[in-house]
Write a protein that binds this ligand. Sequence first.
Ligand SMILES: [Zn+2]
Length: 131
Amino acid sequence: MKLLTLNFLTCARKTCKATAASFPLHCREVELEQVEMDPNPLFIKNMLPRLDWKAMKGLTQELGLPQLPNEAPSEEELQGADGEPTQVLNDLHTLLMETSVVSGKLVCGNCEYEYPVKDGIASFLLPSHMV
Ligand SMILES: [Zn+2]
């Protein structure tokens, strides 16, 4: 699953939905994979305003990836004067689209339930007593 996906996931438990601690889920013992993809500058540009930047920054810290700046880049920082994508945009593409979690656990910061990730797919099925 792409790191971008983690920016849109919260704990599946009803009791956690209302708490701020259930987002973002935390990565534990994860194995990452880099899969090359054609860059889509427009997609990144449109995605950026919907991204929870603070959560994304926290994620890169947890994973020991290159650190993001404190503030999301502005639109001007994504495209050079010549209209070409900038390094900032290319780095975001690498981080959000090309970096994937292959295996490990996604952990809720509220209930500490661990959602397993296997072969790049996270399972959000809960045992019936926890739903
Ligand atoms: Zn939870």
